[in-house]
Design a binder for this molecule. Structure first.
Ligand code: FAD
Ligand code: DHB
Length: 390
């Protein structure tokens, strides 16, 4: 088998890369370990920056997002039992859109398959070879048969636990990592959101987040211990905890219902650089992970792919490789800014077990400052709606 760009992973990064290249007349094949049903059923991120929305429109997959996405002009931050609004529109002129990653994935898979694009689902034992030479190869098994895909370039879009990053010689890679002493327990529930906007709650019992997917579907998260099992969290306990952390009249108004999905996400900051090794490019979670508090993971993956698609299109159109050579530096600078913001939001909003009470007071002072100062709330707002793409 032969293609121009072989892509490992059919998450948002791999699918969008394939779609953007297709629109430039460049052929791709995507190799995905999981089934289509699994990939389309995975519940993950939900908040899109304006730049992400614009890129999905440019990629001609914006129709359903335009119809079903919820435009949000701000968020609320709750602490000491009071809610404070950060008005993105007033502070930055920009907004964000709430539209699930699950829906983006479905839109992209439909677009690629509809245009005759090739996605090999349930590809087993994927491995990448010879990306330090002119003709990289991807080997895999499908239906028990060994196969080989020869390509010009490889897109390593296989997420944090994929094979691409680990195939790079380890002395060529610098890894920066931090783990946090807590996790998020998330549920999806067919209940109306408690508010029209997201509420990020700081509380002595721990962080909570009230988000949504649609007017009838809530997405809720609470801070829990990283090693807790779901058995310890029956739905009733989760709703009690959400109510306690939300407080006030809203807690009484919070409608509960059975969870449709329940999962625990560990919290980690991680950057591997550079993001290119010869003809292998890492993009999205394969190269970096942010803790979810800033809603940046998906948006960063999309931003990487935008840079990569342009670099490859330039190469195929003119033979120029300067954008390819700049790929890693261009992405990594932006990645670190999103890392900083995600770390800062995480530090400001979570309870750190066993921490010195002095630091707890600093945390409250920071929340007072961020919600009370126009300069400080503008800094939060401009990061949340998304920094310029380059
Ligand atoms: P992924 O979406 O991980 O896609 C990688 C793809 O590669 C997957 O389809 C995987 O099956 C495939 N793959 C992996 N290994 C192989 C292999 N060996 N061979 C072939 N295919 C392979 N971000 C937020 O902003 N907010 C959130 O609330 C949030 N929640 C999250 C919850 C969870 C459980 C996780 C894991 C992530 C969450 N994120 C969240 C992060 C966000 O979803 C990611 O940043 C985003 O999915 C990155 O997209 P990606 O395409 O780079 O990687
Ligand atoms: C959602 C996830 C986030 O990490 C976040 O910061 C905001 C919203 C969500 O899944 O809706």
């Amino acid at each position: 088998m032969r293609t121009q760009v072989g892509i490992v992973g059919a998450g948002p990064a791999g699918l969008l890369l394939s779609q953007l290249l297709h629109l430039q007349g460049i052929e791709t094949v995507i190799l995905e370990r999981r089934s289509r049903e699994y990939v389309e059923g995975r519940i993950r991120a939900g908040v899109l920056e304006q730049g992400t929305v614009d890129l999905l429109e440019e990629a001609q997959v914006g129709a359903r997002m335009r119809r079903l996405g919820l435009v949000h002009e701000g968020i609320e931050i709750s602490f000491r039992g009071e809610r404070h609004r950060i008005d993105f529109r007033a502070l930055t002129g920009k907004t964000v859109t709430v539209y699930g990653q699950t829906e983006i994935t479905r839109d992209l898979i439909a677009a690629r398959l509809g245009a005759g694009g090739k996605i090999v689902f349930e590809a087993e034992d994927v491995s990448v070879h010879d990306f330090d030479r002119d003709r990289p190869k991807i080997r895999f098994r499908k239906d028990g048969r060994a196969r080989e895909l020869v390509c010009d370039f490889i897109g390593g879009c296989d997420g944090f636990h994929g094979v691409c990053r680990g195939s790079v010689p380890q002395d060529a890679l610098t890894v920066h990592e931090r783990t946090y002493p807590f996790a998020w327990l998330g549920i999806l529930s067919q209940t109306p959101p408690v508010s029209d906007e997201l509420i990020y709650c700081h509380h002595e019992r721990g962080f909570a987040l009230f988000s949504m997917r649609s007017p009838g579907l809530s997405r809720l998260y609470i801070q829990c211990a990283p090693d807790e099992s779901l058995d310890q969290w029956p739905d009733a306990r989760i709703w009690d905890e959400l109510r306690a952390r939300l407080g006030g009249d809203a807690a009484a108004a919070l409608q509960s219902g059975p969870s449709l999905e329940k999962s625990v996400t560990p919290m980690r900051s991680f950057v591997a650089e550079p993001m290119r090794f010869g003809r292998l490019f890492l993009a999205g979670d394969a190269a970096h992970i942010v803790p979810p508090t800033g809603a940046k993971g998906l948006n960063l993956a999309v931003a990487d792919v935008r840079v990569l698609a342009r670099a490859l299109a330039e190469f195929y159109a003119s033979g120029r490789s300067d954008l390819i050579e700049a790929y890693s530096d261009t992405c990594v600078r932006r990645v670190w800014k999103a890392q900083r913001f995600s770390w800062w939001m995480t530090s400001m909003l979570h309870r750190f077990p066993g921490r010195n009470p002095f630091e707890d007071q600093l945390q409250l002072a920071e929340l007072d400052y961020v919600t009370g100062s126009k300069a400080a709330s503008t800094a939060l707002a401009e990061n949340y709606v998304g920094l310029p793409l380059q």
